[in-house]
Design a protein around this ligand. Structure first.
Ligand SMILES: [Zn+2]
Ligand SMILES: [Zn+2]
Length: 156
């Protein structure tokens, strides 16, 4: 019976973060819809960020109330208006169906940061494994090994 050669364990890079491990100052962004955005934790157990408006909204829903509550009825009414020769209904119908075909949600969008409102950060990110670290909700994360180092408290 031949024994399979045991491969040596993969050498994990040793994480030695260098630099300032204090958290970054909060940044503000603006969406193309004009809403001001900030970062919040994406979920209780998800170490990632989500963009929300200052009132905590992740997306904007500008659809008519009936379209949100009863889409089938809303579309049926729109088709009836088109059949009756309503040009505005026909226009709306083509806009909305085009958006649906393209995979978008008509009248609804997730806020996305277009521009940063706050001035550029003066604090350079710490480095680990020769990469700038990522400021995750739990702390500075190494981009190579994904190890997270808690933020050091800010003093002064
Ligand atoms: Zn590292
Ligand atoms: Zn928006």
């Amino acid at each position: 019976m031949s024994k399979r050669r045991v491969r040596p364990a993969q050498q994990q890079p040793e994480c030695q973060p260098r630099g300032d491990l204090r958290p970054l100052p909060e940044q503000r962004y603006v969406c193309r819809c004009g809403e001001e955005l900030r970062l919040v934790r994406a979920g209780p157990r998800i170490n990632d960020w989500a963009h929300v408006t200052l009132s905590g909204q992740r997306y904007r829903d500008d659809r008519p109330a009936l379209l949100r509550e009863d889409p089938a009825r809303w579309w049926a009414q729109l088709r009836q208006r088109m059949a009756a020769g309503d040009m505005r209904a026909a226009q709306l119908y083509s806009t909305l169906t085009a958006a649906e075909i393209l995979g978008g949600s008509p009248g609804r969008h997730y806020h996305h940061p277009e521009k940063t409102l706050t001035p550029p950060l003066e604090q350079p990110p710490p480095f680990c494994c020769e990469q700038p670290m990522w400021a995750s909700p739990d702390g500075w994360a190494c981009r190579v090994t994904r190890r997270v180092f808690p933020y050091t408290p800010t003093t002064g």
